[in-house]
Design a protein around this ligand. Structure first.
Ligand code: F6P
Length: 412
C-alpha cells in the first residue's frame, strides 16, 4: 500500500473572529481532494513539538459542524507565539519536527498565521528543500492587524474593522447622550502595534447618522502630545463631547510608546514584541488633569478580534477561500508560499485567491500609506475609507441557542 496522504494544519499568533473559517476551508477542501487524514496541531508548532495534535474527523462530524466552526471565534486548535531557531543554530530541532511529520505520513503542512508565523513556513520549507524532504509547506494569511505584505488585506481584518466601526458609533451615541451638562472626552484604543489599519477603521463610523470620531491617531505617525492637547482643548470648547481613537502603538518622538509613559507591563513575547495596553487610559488621565473635564477610556482589547457575532460575511467567506486555496496549491506541488487575496474589483467588490513566495512576506509589515493620513496626522482620508468599506460588508448570523451564539469547542 502507498504512503497515506495526510495533512496537518495549525493556528498561530493572535486569533481573529474568522481564523476558524480558514480551518474549515482547509478541512473541507482536503476531504474533497481525497486526503486521508487531516490533523490539527494543538497550539501550533509549539504543541506539535510535544506531539499534541488531533485527528480533525473526531471533531468535525457534519456540514453543520463546518458552519459552526466558521462562526466560532479564537483559535479552535489553540494558538502559540513561537519563534523557530535558525536552521544552522539548532538542526536537532528540525530533525525532531520532521520525524513527527514522517511518523504521521504528513504530505502537506499548513499554518494559519501572520507575519511572524510565516517565518515558520519559510524555515520549514527551506529545511525540507535542503534536506530533500517531500512535504509541502503553505501559509494561510490571518491577522486583524492587516499588516501582511503582498495581499490586498488579511482575513480577520474586515470583521475587526466592522466591530470597531460599529462600537465607535455606539460609543459616540453614548457619549452624546451623557454630555448635556458635562463636557466629556472619550478615548478609544484599538490594537495594531505598528500598523494603524484598525484604528483608522473608526472613521467608517462617520455616516449619515453619526459624526464619527473627532480625531484619529495611528502608530505610523509620531505622536505630539502638546499638539494633541491643543486640538482637544479647541474641540471641547466647541462641542459638549468629543471621541478620539488611538492605536495601542502610538509613540512619542523619542520612540517610547505612550502606554509606557505611565509605566505599563514589561512583558515581551518570543518575537520581542512588547505587550501594549493602557494608551487610552494614560491619555484620559492626562486630559482630565490638563482640561479638568470628565474623561473616559475604552480599550477594545480582545473584543475586537473575537466579536464573531458581528463578523463580516465578506471576511468569513474569504477566510474560508484562502484555507481551501492553500490545500489546492500544495496538492498541485507548491511549497514555501502563502495564499494572498487579490482585489479584482471595487464596485461590485470581488476578490480571488493568489499565491506568493513566503520569503517576501515573512517578518515584513505593511503599514498605512502616509498619503492615506491627513497632513497633521490626526485623521485618515477618504481613500482609506474606500479601501476598508467593501471588507466589512454582509453578515454571517450566529446560530443562537438560548439567546447566545453557539460555538464549536474542541473535545479532548
Ligand atoms: O497579532 C495581532 C494582535 O492582535 C496585535 O494587534 C496585538 O498587539 C497583539 O496581537 C496582542 O497579542 P497578545 O494577545 O498575545 O497580547
Amino acid at each position: 500500500m502507498g504512503k497515506k496522504r495526510n495533512i496537518i494544519v495549525g493556528q498561530s499568533g493572535g486569533p481573529t473572529s474568522v481564523i476558524n473559517s480558514s480551518l474549515a476551508g482547509v478541512y473541507k477542501t482536503a476531504k474533497e481532494r481525497g486526503f486521508h487524514k487531516v490533523y490539527g496541531m494543538l497550539h501550533g508548532i509549539e504543541g506539535l513539538l510535544d506531539e499534541m495534535y488531533v485527528d480533525l474527523s473526531t471533531q468535525i462530524h457534519s456540514d453543520m459542524d463546518i458552519e459552526l466552526l466558521k462562526r466560532t471565534p479564537s483559535a479552535f486548535l489553540g494558538s502559540c507565539r513561537y519563534k523557530l531557531p535558525d536552521i544552522h543554530e539548532n538542526p536537532a530541532f528540525y530533525e525532531k519536527i520532521f520525524a513527527i511529520l514522517d511518523k504521521l505520513d504528513i504530505e502537506v503542512f499548513i499554518y494559519i498565521g501572520g507575519n511572524d508565523s510565516m517565518d515558520t513556513i519559510k524555515k520549514l520549507s527551506d529545511y525540507a528543500i535542503v534536506k530533500g524532504h517531500g512535504q509541502k509547506f503553505l501559509g494561510v494569511p490571518k491577522t486583524i492587524d492587516n499588516d501582511l505584505a503582498l495581499t490586498d488585506h488579511t482575513p480577520g481584518f474586515g470583521s475587526a474593522a466592522k466591530y470597531i466601526a460599529t462600537s465607535t458609533k455606539e460609543v459616540i451615541r453614548d457619549a452624546m447622550g451623557l454630555s448635556y451638562r458635562r463636557k466629556t472626552i472619550t478615548i478609544m484604543e484599538c490594537m495594531g502595534r505598528n500598523a494603524g489599519w484598525l484604528t483608522g477603521s473608526t472613521a467608517l463610523a462617520r455616516t449619515e447618522d453619526c459624526c464619527g470620531p473627532d480625531l484619529i491617531y495611528l502608530p505610523e505617525i509620531p505622536f505630539d502630545i502638546d499638539k494633541f492637547l491643543k486640538k482637544c482643548k479647541d474641540l471641547i470648547q466647541k462641542k459638549p463631547s468629543i471621541v478620539i481613537a488611538v492605536s495601542e502603538g502610538i509613540r512619542v518622538p523619542d520612540g517610547r510608546y505612550v502606554c509606557q509613559l505611565s509605566g505599563g507591563s514589561d512583558y515581551v513575547d518570543a518575537f520581542g514584541h512588547k505587550q501594549l495596553a493602557g494608551t487610552a487610559d494614560y491619555l484620559a488621565g492626562f486630559l482630565a488633569g490638563e482640561l479638568g473635564c470628565k474623561t473616559r477610556s475604552v480599550e477594545l482589547s480582545t473584543l475586537q478580534r473575537s466579536a464573531s457575532h458581528v463578523a463580516s460575511r465578506v471576511d468569513i467567506n474569504e477566510a474560508f477561500m484562502v484555507g481551501g486555496a492553500a490545500v489546492k496549491a500544495a496538492d498541485e506541488g507548491d511549497t514555501g508560499k502563502m495564499v494572498v487575496i487579490d482585489r479584482v474589483s471595487d464596485d461590485p467588490y470581488m476578490s480571488a485567491a493568489g499565491i506568493y513566495d513566503v520569503h517576501k512576506i515573512a517578518n515584513n509589515e505593511k503599514t498605512v500609506p502616509r498619503s492615506w493620513v491627513n497632513k497633521d496626522g490626526s485623521y485618515v482620508t477618504q481613500e482609506f475609507v474606500n479601501y476598508v468599506e467593501p471588507l466589512i460588508q454582509g453578515d454571517y448570523q450566529p446560530f443562537m441557542v438560548n439567546g447566545l451564539p453557539q460555538h464549536l469547542v474542541l473535545k479532548r
